[in-house]
Write a protein that binds this ligand. Structure first.
Ligand code: ADP
Length: 246
């Protein structure tokens, strides 16, 4: 149960990199259990916004409230513990470990050593569910290093799911994927949103047309269009301009 309808509420966010405002007064609301896409041209500041949520980048101004708790000033690992997971453009998995070992390891981070001994069962269930959700059951015994690009991305998402996150931040999850892999990724994202909330940075208009609940558009550090439906975003002339202009 969440305290509020808006799981993530960002207000007046500013990030200054040596005098350059990469993020310049951003407001963003992400509702519980929605799949929210953050789009915009390269350099718009999308990844920087995500980095502020995870605590990797320190904002110069503004507030980031997650389930009504202020995240600014919190350390990265305490933000993870609050239930926020993120993926990167290049999947970070342990290549020498098998798929199952990767998931096991990720699941074990949720539990203290004592709990781990008592709740071994809970960890196994989380791993089995992640294998099923990501469609990686057949390759569970393969080293992660031998997986395809798409499979590695799904494994990374699976590793986060093992930690039972409330908010999943995905950075361009379908970059470099084939059409079939994109569809599978979209299906996985929709499935994920039944249990948690997803904020996804992505360029691909076709992809978000199929899988987004709401979309926010950024350009040059600012919000060009606040949270809207895909249809509203597509009909917006300013959005068309930045997309056709690229
Ligand atoms: P997007 O994800 O929308 O492509 P980014 O958030 O990655 O945009 O970057 C926004 C702007 O901030 C870009 O102009 C980028 O070059 C700049 N930038 C990002 N990270 C840093 C950094 N650590 N130091 C200086 N400039 C940065």
């Amino acid at each position: 149960p969440f305290l509020i309808d808006e799981l993530l509420k960002i207000r007046g966010l500013e990030v200054d990199f040596d005098g350059f405002k990469a993020v310049d007064g951003v407001d963003l609301d992400v509702k519980v259990n929605e799949v929210h896409f953050l789009i915009g041209p390269n350099g718009a500041g999308k990844t920087t916004v995500i980095d502020c949520v995870t605590g990797m980048t320190k904002p110069t101004e503004g507030s980031i409230r997650f389930d009504d708790v202020e995240l600014r000033g919190k350390k990265e690992n305490s933000i993870v513990k609050m239930g926020i997971g993120r993926t990167f453009q290049t999947a970070s998995v342990f290549e020498a470990l098998t798929v199952e070992e990767n998931l096991d390891l990720a699941a074990s981070f949720r539990f203290s050593m004592l709990k781990l001994l008592r709740q071994r069962r809970g960890t196994t269930d989380a791993v089995e569910r992640a294998l099923e959700d990501t469609g990686l059951t057949d390759v569970r015994d393969k080293p992660a290093g031998t997986l395809s690009h798409g499979q590695k991305q799904w494994l990374e998402i699976g590793m986060l799911l093992c930690q039972d996150p409330k908010l999943l931040l995905l950075d361009e999850p379908v970059a470099g994927m084939s059409p079939e892999e994109r569809t599978r990724t979209g299906d996985l994202i929709r499935l994920t949103a039944e249990r948690c909330t997803v904020l996804c940075v992505e360029h691909d208009m076709d992809f978000l047309r199929r899988f987004a609940d709401r979309v926010t558009v950024m350009d040059e550090g600012k919000i060009l269009k606040a949270a809207s439906t895909v249809a509203e975003v597509q009909a917006d002339e300013r959005v068309q301009e930045i997309y056709i202009g690229k």
